[in-house]
Design a protein around this ligand. Structure first.
Ligand code: PAF
Length: 281
């Protein structure tokens, strides 16, 4: 595996692959890698000739400076995981390397960013789009891999691809969970032992909501999820929305929409976690 920290070295390392039309898989990450990332990298390994993984904590997608400062950084362990998972290139640029001049680009995603994470994190998706677009331009991958846990981000990236007229294939990968159901996330490392013990309640509640959806109205299911978590010590739900899986617009009753998913953000003892569940395929 090549460890690369500059954009020029990255482009040089990929020149042959491009010249010989080899298929390149890109897995963009912010590091603190876990088996969820590993599943993305292994899939990229199976489907491409060359696998590039970027590890970059992107400051412009954080609207909360404390969250940025506390974001886990584990470069050494990340490189070991990347090596074992079969990455060819690990790209770990500095902030100055990614953003040599102040960032002025702004992306808009209309209704897609007016729901769920959007209002809670102003500027977040534009910041994600800026870094993902730069990585796409640098790597020019055949395919790029993203986890379904960040369900809204996935819709935003697909929209970005349409906006910039790119033919990169966006591959959505299923959530990887711990044995007790907690969705794997780099933020889980920040949970206190008490918070980690109760954290599986998030997914358990989502699963219960799916069962209840055959007998309760959508409003009742939403109320059930929010009140169950609110009533439990340490949990502070931020939102739970039941939305159409392609437009991300909230739906009002079970008859609406094709694919239907429930997306949740919860504060658990000072750590913000998100998760999702599918109500209808
Ligand atoms: O999902 C993430 O880890 C980040 O938002 C991404 C896509 C790597 C962009 O910084």
């Amino acid at each position: 595996m090549q460890l690369i920290t500059t954009t020029s070295a990255l482009q040089e390392a990929l020149a042959n692959a491009h010249a010989s039309h080899r298929q390149i898989g890109l897995v963009p990450t912010m590091g603190a890698l876990h088996p969820g990332h590993r599943s993305l990298i292994e899939r990229a390994r199976r489907e491409n000739d060359v696998v590039v993984v970027s590890v970059f904590v992107n400051p412009i997608q954080f609207n909360n400076q404390e969250d940025l400062a506390k974001y886990p950084r584990t470069a050494e362990a990340d490189c070991q995981l990347l090596q074992h998972a079969g990455a060819d290139i690990a790209f770990l640029p500095s902030v100055e390397e990614m953003y040599p001049t102040p960032v002025t680009d702004v992306y808009h995603f209309g209704a897609l960013e007016e729901v769920m994470e959007g209002p809670q994190r102003p500027g977040h998706f534009s910041g994600v789009a800026v870094v993902v677009r730069r990585l796409f331009d640098l790597v020019q991958p055949t395919r790029a891999y993203f986890g379904e846990k960040d369900f809204q981000q996935l819709a935003i990236i697909r929209n970005l691809i349409a906006q910039i007229g790119s033919d990169i294939d966006i591959v959505a990968c299923p959530i990887v969970r711990d044995d007790d159901g907690l969705a794997l996330s780099s933020r889980n490392m920040r949970l206190s032992s008490e918070a980690r013990r109760v954290a599986p309640l998030i997914y358990a509640t989502l699963r219960e909501a799916v069962l209840l959806s055959s007998s309760l109205s959508m409003e009742q299911v939403k109320h059930f999820v929010l009140s169950k978590l609110t009533a439990t010590t340490l949990f502070e739900p931020e939102y739970f929305e039941i939305v159409d899986d392609s437009t991300l617009q909230p739906i009002a009753n079970w008859g609406e929409g094709q694919g239907v998913v429930g997306c949740i953000a919860v504060w658990l003892d000072g750590v913000r976690l998100i998760d999702m569940v599918r109500f209808r395929p």
